[in-house]
Design a protein around this ligand. Structure first.
Ligand SMILES: [Zn+2]
Length: 310
């Protein structure tokens, strides 16, 4: 993709026994002293194949396995790398996500891929609180831990040498995005990243982007339309079930696997925005109560000041 940057492109499919979970973009970055894996793949076999691919181009130690987030298509390939005792790099919230959902993902993936293909989601040894720089030898990588967006444990990796921004599932190209964190948080994050000085951006699914930020605009529009449509439904007082009618809307941008992911995104956005809606109604209610108190002259100005301050 760029000097020292290697990417394997996953298929636009759901995981099954024929693709062995090979559905996400994974890869590695080679420095002068060490190699860093960026996502280990969706099964033990895919992790092993990734390791073999590294050995075809470099005999340097694999010192880091960076797991960009908990999803099994990115994280189940780690066990074959453990013999060399690399640092497993993860978001500071990844251990908790593994605690909450790891065994579900492992059991579900065993059903889908077969028992031999799934061991565990490995708990990180190096946690990223905000950002961390690792040095592969004449090559520094900036690893950033983000606020909740695709999930609540998303990392991105920036290679200073080639200005490559590895966004993993913070960016979907071609395949319908999956909202498993916060639609509004994701919009905010993508907007904040628009001025990133990147020559190459690597998504978690789909082809690489060389015209950032315009190459990410289709996905941003998807999320903005999703949020606008769900807010509209909430304003009309529609239930989550009724809001699902949005999921029947035209897939005018030609997203792949739209019927698999879009309905879930609608429900996820509904539950997120419902709270926003409830707190807004509550705020209006409180203001009304406050206005009534003033007009009824029940409080002196000093008493009102006191209420505001506490
Ligand atoms: Zn993901």
């Amino acid at each position: 993709m760029a000097p020292g940057i290697f990417v394997h492109f996953g298929k636009h499919e759901n995981p099954d026994r024929s693709n062995l979970g090979d559905i996400a973009n994974i890869g590695f970055i080679v420095g002068s002293e060490a190699v860093a894996v960026v996502d280990s793949g969706g099964s033990v076999s895919i992790g092993r194949e990734l390791k073999n691919a590294i050995r075809e181009v470099s005999s340097l130690p694999i010192r880091y396995v960076i797991i960009t987030h908990i999803h099994p298509d990115h994280a189940l390939g780690t066990p074959p790398f453990l013999d060399a005792k690399p640092e497993i790099v993860g978001h500071h919230r990844l251990p908790n996500a593994i605690l909450q959902r790891g065994s579900f993902y492992v059991e579900r993936s065993k059903e889908v891929l077969g028992d031999n293909e799934v061991e565990t989601i490995v708990v990180p040894t190096l946690l990223v609180e905000s950002e961390t720089t690792i040095d592969l030898g004449q090559r520094k990588l900036l690893i950033r831990a983000h606020e909740t967006a695709h999930t609540d444990n998303d990392l991105s990796v920036f290679d200073y040498n080639t200005k490559t921004l590895w966004l993993s599932d913070l960016l979907f190209i071609d395949r319908t995005p999956v909202v498993d964190g916060s639609a509004t948080g994701w919009i905010k994050l993508l907007k904040s990243m628009r001025d990133a000085n990147a020559d190459l951006v690597i998504p978690g699914h789909g082809s690489v982007v060389r015209d950032w930020p315009s190459g990410g605009s289709k996905m941003l529009a998807y999320l903005e339309n999703l949020v606008a449509a769900v807010r509209d439904m909430l304003q009309q007082g529609k239930s989550a079930g009724q809001a699902l009618s949005i999921a029947e809307s035209e897939n005018s941008d030609g997203w792949l696997l739209f019927r698999d992911s879009h309905p879930r995104n609608v429900l996820k956005a509904y539950s997120e925005l419902e709270w926003e809606w409830i707190s807004r109604i509550w705020a209006v209610f409180e203001i009304n109560q406050f206005t009534k108190l003033i007009t009824a002259n029940l409080y002196s100005i000093n008493q009102i000041r006191h209420r505001i301050c506490i």
